[in-house]
Design a binder for this molecule. Sequence first.
Ligand code: NDP
Ligand code: GDR
Length: 371
Amino acid sequence: MKRALITGITGQDGSYLTELLLSKGYEVHGIKRRSSSLNSQRLDHLYQDPHEAHVRFTLHYGDLTDSTNLIRIIQEVQPDEIYNLGAMSHVKVSFDTPEYTADVDGIGTLRLLEAVRLLGMAKKTRIYQASTSELYGLVQEVPQRETTPFYPRSPYAVAKLYGYWITVNYREAYGMYACNGILFNHESPQRGETFVTRKITRATARIALGLQGKLYLGNLDAKRDWGHAKDYVEAMWRMLQQDEAEDYVIATGVTTTVREFVRLAFAELGIDVVFSGEGVAERGTVASCRDAEFQLPAGTVVVEIDERYFRPTEVELLIGDPTKAKRQLGWEPKYDLPALVQEMVQADLNLFKRDAYLREGGHHIPQAYAE
Ligand code: NDP
Ligand code: GDR
């Protein structure tokens, strides 16, 4: 039985990867941070009582800022594969916490690689590093591929640039099997609530159900290559099953604006939204509402711009070329954007219908706080 260790296991990708590895018969260990309230909801459906025999899924307390903790866990677990998904992963927040982001996303990667090396496991343990399309930043080439030069545009991306190169360096210097997956944006119903797609699908459901008035967004012109997290964790696993460690772009090859994502999300519930105005005066207004379940009169303003959501330096256009992954890993995404939007909107609709029923019954439903 193969043994895997996942950092960032409580995040979106951590939960999908855990599901995948358990289904393949792995023993899965994960590192989770201590927090004042429970933070493992995405893993609840996979929980195994540690008191039972033959447990294949175990969580360990830890943090990427703590070297001795990483060394102890890796020594105890003796993993065949490590997936380094742990990160302060929000680009906008990285401008507020640049030093912490560098410590976790940059030096955290070094701590992990160095722990494996110091423990004499360089030849035993294969390592996946969660690199990102944010490395491409300011457009140098379209579509972006493995050979496209990097030009990071945020403290997050600069920290991940260190993570990328230290992974390459440990591969070349110590012969480690260490790969960078340069993954473009990937989303799901498990996506963090403050990333733009989930923010939009949550708001779409809440506005349709009368639980929220408007959705405030930043740059609607940004273009992203959005895939489904379920497809992307499959690519991570495939990268660690090859004869030689290499770096791969994982993307769909299709790019879409944030504005279009908003339109698709509302259309999923039969609501047509049109945009008018320019810059911070741009608005999204209901043109028609075909579904009798939702009472949104034509002319209702549902989207407005809030300058707070703009970044000091933006990544305007991402579109990836996954040719190498298709050829060498046999990887192909199963989801396209309409299927992704449909799954996310319907999941949020189901989630918030509960709140709508409670409100009808006279219960107070507080505003959901998700910026
Ligand atoms: P999430 O933000 O959903 O999850 C991040 C995970 O990292 C969480 O489990 C979080 O713990 C954990 N974490 C944060 N800080 C620390 C720390 N100091 N020590 C240990 N763990 C920590 O991210 P995703 O699942 O979306 O992404 C996974 C990885 O892939 C990240 O590294 C991200 O930067 C990268 N990536 C993501 C892409 C995407 O589109 N999703 C695209 C390209 C790369 P907690 O739950 O306690 O906050
Ligand atoms: P990104 O994802 O920065 O690409 O990083 P995010 O969803 O945060 O932003 C995508 C684009 O949407 C624009 N935008 C807004 N973004 C947010 N969060 N909130 C808003 O209100 C809003 N309005 C417009 C942004 O300006 C941006 O252009 C994600 C993360 O998962 C990273 O960890 C990962 O490395 C990259 O994807 C690939």
